[in-house]
Design a binder for this molecule. Sequence first.
Ligand code: IMO
Ligand code: MG
Length: 422
Amino acid sequence: MPVTVVLGALWGDEAKAKIVDALAENMDAIVRFQGGCNAGHTVVHGDTTYKFHIIPVGILYPDMICIIGNGVVINLERLLEEIQDVESKGIYLADRFFISSQAHITLPIQTYLDELGEKLSGNQAIGTTKSGIGPTYSDKAARLGLRMGDLLDKEYLKYRLSNLINNKKDLLGSWLENISLEDSVEMLYEIGIQLKSFISNTPYMINNMIKENKDILFEGAQGTLLDIDFGTYPFVTSSNSTIGGALIGTGINPRSIHKIIGVMKAYFTRVGNGPFPTELHDEIGEYIREKGHEYGTTTGRPRRCGWFDAVAARFSAMLNGFDEIALTLLDVYSGLDTIEICTGYTLGGLEMDEYPVDTRLLQKVQPSYISLPGWKEDISSVKNFDDLPENARDFIRTIEDLLGIPIKIISVGAKRSQTIFR
Ligand code: IMO
Ligand code: MG
C-alpha cells in the first residue's frame, strides 16, 4: 500500500520538511494537501538551504513527481516566484510538477482581508502569517472562491471574479477603487497561460499512481494543534492539518494509506497567539530559541518555546493514529542539566485525563512535570541510536512510553545525513 503521510503533531514548525526530504529518496511522488504559503518548509542540501512555502520539498529530487493537491490554497504571485526561484537553481518542473485544478486561489483581496481582519480584531488577533489563508478558506466555504482551473477560461474567470468582488464590496470599500475587473481578469488569464501545463486533474492522477503501486509521500503543513477543528480554536489555521485533511485535500480513500508518521520536536514551540501550558519564559526558553534557531520561516517572528507536553502529544496521536514518531531537534537539548517533560495537567487541584477542547481551560491548566537528567555531548554527528548518550536514549524511551508509539526516526541536525533511523 503506497501512501505514507507525514503530519505535524504539534503547533507547526516540527521540521516536517527535513523528515519528508529524508524519506523522499525512496518515493515516486510527493503531495501537499492543505495549507498554503503560511507553511515555511526548510531543507538543507549540502551547503544550500532551500525554503519552500508552496511547492512540495520533493522537487529537489530530479525525477520526483510533485503535486499540489486540491486542499491547498495558492497565492499565484508567490507560486510564480517560487517556480522561478527553483528553475533559476537548475531544477526543472516540466512533466513532473502538477497543481490541482480544484485548488483555491488566494488573491490580493484575501491577503488584504487577512491583514484587515487581524487589525480589526485588536487584542483578539490570532497572529496569522498574513498569507490570506483564513479569507481564502472562508471564501471556499462560502462558494465564492476562484480555483486554479478557472484561470484557463477568460469568460468564466470574469464571471467568478465579478461575483467575488460584488460580495466583498462593503468590506473592501475604498481598497477596490484601484482595482479594475478587466485588468485583473487579463492578468489572471495571463498567469493561467503560464501555469497551464501544470494544472491537472490530480485526484485521478494520484489514484492512478496508487493503482500502479507507486510510493507516494504526503507532506503535511502546519500541525495538529493548529487544526481548524481539533486545534486550540480560535488560535488555529483554517485547514484540517490532521489526517482527515490528507483525504479531503487529495481525493484518496483511507484504505490507500499505509503509514502515518507524526513529527514532534523534543520540545514545543508556537508562533502567534494562543495557550501554551509548558511555555518557558526563562533563560532555558531563550537557550532553546537561540540554539534551535526558533524564528519563523514565513514571518521571521521569534517562536515561543517550552517543554515537551505529553498530554498534547497523546491527544495528537489519538486524532491521527500515528504508526510511528519522528522526533526532531534532539541536538538542541545537548548541554542542559535537566530536561522536563509534562506528563499531566491539573485544573483547580483536579487532575485532567483529557486535553481540554476549551481553549480558555487550556489557558488555565497547571502542567505537572517529570525531570530527566540531561547530557552534555554534542550529538549532531551521531548516526546510530546506540551511540547516543544514555540520558538521550532514556529521554527518547520515556516519550515512547508516555505515548505508546515507537520513535523510529530521530533528527539531530538540519542536514539529511543528520538522521538516525531505528
Ligand atoms: P509549517 O508548515 C507554525 C500559525 C500562525 C498563527 C496561526 C494562523 O511551517 O509548520 P494562518 O496564517 O495560518 O492563518 O495563521 O497558525 N501557523 C503556523 N505556525 N508553522 C506553520 O506552518 C504555520 N502556519 C500557520 O503563526 O498562529
Ligand atoms: Mg514553519
